[in-house]
Design a protein around this ligand. Sequence first.
Ligand code: SF4
Length: 364
Amino acid sequence: MVLSRRKGININILEKKLLRWYDTYQRTLPWRAVPGYAPNPYHVWLSEIMLQQTTVATVKDYFSRFVTRWPRIEDLAEATLDEVFHAWQGLGYYSRARNLYKCAQVLVRDFKGILPQDEQTLLTLPGVGPYTAAAIAAIAYDQPTVPVDGNIVRVFARLLALHTPLPAIKQEIQAHVKQMIPSQRSGDFAQSLMDLGATICRPRKPSCETCPLQTICQGYALGIAAQLPYPAPKGAKPHRYGIAFWVENSTQEILLEKRPSKGLLAGLIGLPTTLWREQPWDLDSNEAISYAPKGVKTWEQVPITVRHTFTHFHLELRIAKGRTNTPQNGLWSSLENLKTHALPTVMKKVIREAIDSSHLYLPK
Ligand code: SF4
């Protein structure tokens, strides 16, 4: 079969070259089965969820901690969401942790704690999108499918010398990949592409001299490999603004609140804040104060601004401080205990910068 008649890359040759290379140079990863052993579908699923938007180096420790603490899907399903959030702290994108937990419960309830093999059924599970479904089906069960992630997009953009910029190129590659389902060892084929993209066909400096695909690579032949795929035209990220409320009581505890169950950082603990919106807030306005905890007579502006960048926007948070002993909906935490809560990175930053500023009521 020919992958693309226009470009003329033969899939059988591609498959043979990649698998031969993979048999010698595959990466050793904690979630990957050693040659000759069947993969553990739980490990494949967990690692694929953790690896979304996170590097392999970061995920390794988290993965090991998770499977030591929750060795089976049933164990994970029996944990509490707060325990899962806590173990996830630092990996970011907490909706992944929430869906992971929800998915473990669905698997136990409806699938006897076993991940289904079929891509379509996998797609019905919480937090499992097209890429993850294909990755689990191929890697855990050798189903004939190819997951298309950033690494694989890059490898094919170069192999086929495709000029379409990101993100549109992804669809073009999906269409190519549909014609090239491997005839055998689908899991190894997918992982060989991932490994090639991570170790040889790297984003900035591909090592074409040592690449097993060099003789069939159109991008290399044209001398444009390193520039591909072409980046998306740059658009500025929007800015959003908010106020974080630092409230102390007379025993120098700090008020924390659970964020709403929907939206960014849903269900996580942090300082109470206003909405994060595109116009800056005026602390003296009724609108800003309507978001503030009750019972504080005077709010004072702390003269610092904390900046944090999410995937889709830059956030600027100013801090307002106040004191009250009025009972609140949230929970009071001593400074020492703050680190025991599942705080997202942005909240850790706000708390750290507030304390470092020495502008709080806390004793210095
Ligand atoms: Fe990537 Fe170079 Fe190999 Fe082509 S030859 S697949 S550009 S590393």
